[in-house]
Design a protein around this ligand. Structure first.
Ligand code: AMO
Length: 435
């Protein structure tokens, strides 16, 4: 008799039925008069209990991670995972592992260093604790999309090999494109701006590349950028308002779609305030000077330690785990940045800090062609490499702005990971190109 596959999490609804569960042998426990097999599938764990001598023999000797198909009768047992187990089971091995994982995947902790976890990612990520951040990451992207779809945005996909750098200051990977020098895209910046002229509101989720020469817990050489761009804004505050909706949508979707994983990792989801507190860069520097005794005034950017300090300040003063820092100095922002009216040394841009870390960068952009020419000239740059990009602005572009959120940073902050690499399936960095 053949039955269709049922997921572990569905078993409580199938008591009394004869069903087939398929998955990996999470843990086998052969005892004297009974053999317990715990199977793991995408939904969770299911236990099968073998008591007949012949069935016990068939269930014994499979190493963990053997792929099994078990057909049995769903029987209530409060002690089993999910309160049910398969009794009178028959087992078929679909494939066996050639070697054991570097550590037991069924133990509640992970007794391995990060390099060991990453070196053996195809198998170590099967550990429920190591898999969970990636389920949360997937739910976050689903929430990002749903929120922006709801706001009338169109999803786009843009090239990852480009002819010019976009983010001044960030390092580029040069590649040989059929003999033409080119770069791996640092950001979809130019394309998303140009597509405002076509769709008004666009978003993209995809890989971007930064040739980061430093080895930190928050930088990758390839990361996933969640980008949005919208036209007809008054200034950067309209962009911040959209970002607020997106963060709320991401958090809600994580709660709904990855509740089990959040519980497993003890994740406390942040509250996204109706109005995320904001502070101007110049004011932030004054606070830091007064609060830490270090004087950052004159620095064009915030040091990581000062971002942490500001995050704590926002939590203390405003009860918010999010803080917008606005008005970063123009010298630290790319040429497409819109200056602050009245104080042109500052910009209509922002960073969003979340739990001590820069999570998002965004702002209002220049939208007039002549302003781009002037901005490039003022920076001593030729307009020629940017001609393709600038053509959008020769045909009429509305005031617009957007943002980019680093997915791995979000997931790492959400799950309390000490390193962004724990939120990355296969990290690419200074030292890592495999697996
Ligand atoms: P920026 O360069 O600040 O802005 O990047 C946006 C966000 O991406 C994340 N991030 C990184 N994550 C992991 N590893 C890295 N090396 C890394 N670098 C950046 C951060 C950061 O806040 N075009 C602009 C965005 C815009 O204005 O729309 C941009 O790329 O979370």
């Amino acid at each position: 008799t053949s039955t269709t596959r049922v997921l572990a999490a569905e078993l409580p609804l199938r008591i009394g039925d004869r069903v087939t569960v398929q998955g990996w042998l999470h843990r086998g426990r052969p005892l004297k008069s009974v053999v317990f097999l715990v199977l793991r599938d995408r939904s969770g764990l299911a236990q099968a209990v073998f008591t007949e001598p012949e069935a016990m023999a068939a269930a014994s000797g499979h190493p963990e991670e053997t792929v099994l198909s078990v057909t049995g009768t769903v029987t209530a047992n409060p002690q089993a995972p999910g309160g049910v187990e398969l009794t009178s089971p028959e087992v078929v091995a679909l494939s066996g592992p050639a070697e054991a994982p570097p550590f037991d995947l069924y133990r509640p902790g992970v007794p391995a260093t990060l390099p060991t976890v990453l070196d053996h990612a195809p198998v170590t990520l099967r550990h429920p604790l190591l898999r969970a951040p990636h389920v949360i990451s997937a739910a976050s992207v689903a929430g990002f999309r749903a929120a922006l779809d709801g706001l009338g945005f169109t999803e786009i996909h843009t090239p990852k090999v480009v002819a010019s750098a976009t983010e001044s200051g960030a390092n580029v990977f040069a590649i040989d494109w059929f003999g033409t020098p080119s770069y791996l895209a640092q950001s979809p910046q130019f394309f998303k701006q140009a597509m405002v002229g076509v769709f008004e509101r666009v978003y993209e989720t995809g890989p971007v590349f930064r040739a980061e020469p430093h080895d930190t817990a928050r930088h990758l050489a390839q990361y996933t950028s969640l980008d949005a761009e919208l036209g007809f804004v008054g200034d950067h505050r309209d962009v911040m308002a959209v970002l607020r909706e997106v963060l709320a949508g991401m958090t809600e979707t994580v709660a709904r779609q990855a509740g089990q994983e959040c519980a497993l990792l003890d994740v406390t989801l942040p509250e996204v305030p109706e109005r995320i507190p904001e502070i101007h860069f110049s004011r932030a520097q004054e606070l830091i000077a007064a609060g830490t005794g270090e004087d950052p005034r004159g620095e064009p950017d915030l040091a990581p330690a000062h971002e942490r300090w500001l995050s704590e300040w926002a939590l203390r003063e405003h009860g918010s785990e999010f803080l917008f820092v606005t008005g970063y100095p123009m010298v630290k922002r790319p040429f497409y940045t819109h200056p602050e009216p009245g104080r042109p040394e500052y910009s209509n841009s922002f960073d969003l800090l979340f739990r001590g870390l820069e999570l998002v960068t965004g702002g209002q952009r220049l939208h007039r062609y002549e302003d781009y020419l002037a901005a490039l000239a003022a920076r001593g740059e030729s307009a020629r490499p940017y001609e393709g990009y600038l053509s959008a602005f020769r045909h009429g572009m509305p005031p617009h702005g957007g943002f980019a959120l680093g997915l791995e940073r979000w997931t790492a902050r959400l799950t309390g990971a000490d390193n962004i690499r724990r939120a990355t399936l296969f990290p690419r960095d200074l030292h890592r190109l495999t697996p």
